[in-house]
Design a protein around this ligand. Structure first.
Ligand code: PEP
Length: 253
């Protein structure tokens, strides 16, 4: 039996109190106990309190889409790891390509954010991935290894406590997906890099993200080093998200 998959939804900047209520109730009803698959939703910070109530008594885990590298203080607009923990968050995305691209987040900052999350018992889901230009220039491995190396360097022996999401930038929100073989190739590179850093590399969930949907999830999740998915668009529609969860569960049989 393969290890339990992690299916995490990334709502990005979408949602409303009414829409979240309907979506989360449908997901919880459809996923049931989900003891063969870990399911999480990473929601905009203002909705953490709503999700904390909605998920009470269910197996649905809660995540944030970002976390401050700072502990507390004069950092207007930032949300600390301790605050996320207060609302029951188990995960925080760090270094999503949209934050690297639109907010200028560097590898070093992403590594510090991962450290801040870990210090509060939150699993950082460290996002790495190459742009189309980088892939076409044959630089995919170099780019993802550089991004992960910064997090390994800063987090030392805690590195087995992170999760990683390989998200080719050209596949995010575009409907283009890496083939299962292309994704597996990069996941194997990341796994080898983790093995070189820790004796517990097999514990690290390496998720694939980038236009994962109900139709392609099963073949991606069947790959040896693909331990789950980070799902954007399809996580906003309960039936689609539930089909991806079902595909992840089948891998446990
Ligand atoms: C994402 O934003 O992390 C993502 C994978 O988006 P999508 O599934 O919409 O490509």
């Amino acid at each position: 039996m393969s290890k339990k998959k992690l299916i995490a939804g990334n709502w990005k900047m979408n949602g409303s109190v009414a829409a979240n209520d309907a979506l989360v109730r449908a997901v919880i009803a459809g996923m049931g106990a989900a003891d063969d698959c870990t399911v999480a939703v990473c929601v905009p910070a203002p909705y953490l309190a709503q999700l904390q109530m909605l998920r009470a008594g269910s197996a649905l885990e809660l995540g944030a889409q970002d976390v401050s590298a700072q502990e507390q203080g004069a950092y207007t607009g930032e949300v600390s790891a301790a605050m996320l923990k207060d609302f029951g968050a188990r995960y925080a995305l760090v270094g999503h390509s949209e934050r690297r691209q639109y907010h200028g987040e560097t590898d070093a900052l992403v590594a510090d954010k991962a450290k801040a999350a870990l210090a509060h018992g939150i699993t950082p889901i460290v996002c790495v991935g190459e742009t189309l230009a980088e892939r076409e220039a044959g630089r995919t491995e170099e780019v993802v290894k550089r991004q992960l190396a910064a997090v390994i360097h800063t987090n030392g022996h805690c590195i087995s406590e992170i999760a990683v999401a390989y998200e080719p930038v050209w596949a995010i929100g575009t409907g283009k997906t890496a083939t299962p073989q292309e994704a597996q190739q990069v996941h194997a590179v990341l796994r080898a890099q983790l093995h070189a850093a820790t004796a517990h590399a097999d514990r690290v969930a390496i998720l694939y993200g980038g236009s994962m949907n109900a139709a392609n999830a099963a073949s991606l999740l069947a790959q040896a080093d693909i331990d789950g998915g980070l799902i954007g668009g399809a996580s906003l529609k309960a039936p689609d998200f539930l089909q991806i969860i079902a595909a992840a569960r089948l891998q446990r049989d």
